[in-house]
Design a protein around this ligand. Structure first.
Ligand code: MLY
Length: 265
């Protein structure tokens, strides 16, 4: 399909650079994901980071796990890399002399927690310690530059990893913008966030890289169909890149009449 997204074509068509992989807090070779749906582990409660809870693997996506805290509801699932320091084998807490906590919003009476825990763990499959990988170290400096391309988690839809661009750099923070989407999904985060990945990450891990937002589609390696919103009118055209210079042709000339607006929801 001519509209499939390919980084190499897209980088060429937009005349942009990808951020080098050593700028990221990710291992060069993505960690293997050996987990299976249903396995139990210990996870830091994302809504209450001082407590460690029991979680179940609900899904597998690339090098990430979709997790649900036992005793919690199904509306607060979260995603973690298999080399995240937020997850550990069942028994780690006890070994360190800590107690497993009920998740925030535990659905039962707090007094029933010890019994609940016992029932949850008995007969369940624990993820083996070897499945948990060591978190890579922080790169020493924030080297990101405005305009560099990457793959980033959409924090409003954290199951999605999308083509993104560095929109700003401020100290140890970077501004993440999503290609083809209006600013509604942008966010600032630390340069060493585990939600940022080098170009090609999804391809290596088998995670699904989202297509560009409505704003852009590749036609071929040199042409980049783009939609620009001028005030409330939507202008549709074809961007042809010659070196670093982009020339925008109106859709009528380009032979396309599609009207489009950037999605925001
Ligand atoms: N609910 C939205 C999802 C938007 C995702 C935007 N990300 C990829 C930046 C929709 O269905 O359009």
């Amino acid at each position: 399909n001519a509209y499939d997204f390919h980084w190499d074509q897209y980088l060429k068509a937009t005349g942009s650079l990808s951020a080098p992989s050593d700028y990221f807090r990710q291992s060069k070779i993505p960690p293997a994901n050996d987990f299976k749906v249903g396995m139990k582990l210990e996870a830091r409660d994302p809504r209450n980071v001082t407590s460690v809870c029991i979680a179940t693997v609900i899904g597998i996506t690339g090098a990430r796990l979709r997790l649900r805290l036992d005793g919690s509801d199904n509306r607060n699932d979260f995603w973690r890399l298999v080399d995240s320091c937020d997850i550990q084998p069942v028994g780690t807490c006890e070994k360190e002399g800590d107690l497993l906590q009920p998740p925030l919003g535990f659905q039962m009476n707090a007094s029933s927690w010890p019994m609940f825990l016992l029932r949850t763990l008995s007969g369940s499959e624990m993820a083996p310690a070897a499945f948990f990988k060591k978190e890579p170290p922080k790169p020493p400096l924030n080297n990101f530059k405005v305009g560099m391309k990457l793959e980033a988690v959409d924090k409003k839809n954290p199951f999605l990893i999308c083509p993104a661009t560095i929109g700003g750099v401020r100290g140890d923070e970077v501004h993440i913008t999503f290609d083809g989407w209006s600013g509604a999904f942008d966010y600032w985060c630390k340069y060493d966030s585990r939600d940022l990945f080098p170009v090609g990450w999804c391809c290596l891990t088998g995670d699904i890289l989202q297509p560009l937002g409505n704003g852009g589609k590749i036609i071929n390696s040199y042409m980049f169909l783009c939609f620009i919103e001028i005030r409330s009118n939507c202008f549709c055209g074809v961007m042809v890149n010659v070196g670093n210079i982009g020339i925008l042709f109106p859709a009528s000339i380009a032979g396309r009449t599609t009207r489009n607006t950037a999605k925001t929801q």
